[in-house]
Design a protein around this ligand. Sequence first.
Ligand code: ADP
Length: 355
Amino acid sequence: HKYRKELHLRKECNNQLVRLRGNIRVFARVRPITTEDGVGPGAENIVTFDPDDDGVLYVAQKGKEMSFELDKIFTPSATQEEVFRDVSPLITSCLDGYSVCILAYGQTGSGKTYSMEGIPSDPGINQRALRLLLSEVKERSSSWEHELSVSMVEIYNESLRDLLGSDPSNSLEIKILPGSVGELYVPNLTQRQVQSMEDINKILELGHKQRATEHTNLNTHSSRSHALLILTAKGRETSTGICSTGKLYLVDLAGSERVSRSGAAGERLREAQCINRSLSALGDVISALRSQQGHIPYRNSKLTYLLQEPLSREGKALLLLQVSPAEKNISESLCSLRFGDRVRAVELGAPSRKI
Ligand code: ADP
């Protein structure tokens, strides 16, 4: 009881700090045990929750219990709608001119695509976000005009591909917009305007079709590329003529599992190294932000370069850790939760580190 009380106190204190200085949140979503987990040894559920605190989860390992404290935890019974409700304020802030991102992080099979893309009968964050923004634009239309456009890209082996373009195998470059103060743009990237749900569904379907996925030993449908949906919201206040540009990046990251487990070799190994390189670059960017270093190494990977704006002190980011509750996935689940811990320390303003 004393421990819990202390935890609550600490959390309240953290929340105060977050309100003051934080712009990176960490949520976790624990998926249900599925038939793919099998039955018997390894398929046991080792993750439990605190009924009084939706920011704490426990992982049981060899009779010991480890606790993790995050900003919000979704249990296996959380619906797509419930998850979306908690991320929607972040999403609509792109209409106010913010650059924001949601990153689904976790090992293959942990539910990243389920959360972001969803399933046809129950769409995920991507479709719900676009739908919400359409209706929000309508609601604000008496005082603001907004134009929404969408791009979909994939980062595969450090090459950036246009999922809505006529040739997705073309590799695109990220450049600095001439005449701007370091604003990034991707020449020749297809941007489609969206005005209706019909437009949205067509775009999502095309992007989905063009996304390259193959098989690994680890799981039949493993994604070895990062998939990004990028929405640009250009606004103009009708009475004053004031303009704003906000961006929303919805990212289904490649599987975070370590190479050795997937039995990779040759081309597969190269893929795995590229994935790990960009995920570790993501960790490095976050560490640099945490230690308040002047230089943030965005350019070490295409992923972090593209996400430079939302991953800056002016942006807002949400890391959605996807966690498998099965015993056999414990080491990957712990890796993800520890990564989340590392990210969370950013908003808590950990003391700066001298190297
Ligand atoms: P990933 O994208 O991380 O590789 P998936 O999203 O493909 O993982 O999820 C793996 C499997 O688990 C899929 O069959 C998916 O439908 C199922 N799944 C994941 N999360 C949930 C959830 N919250 N509720 C029900 N099924 C889920």
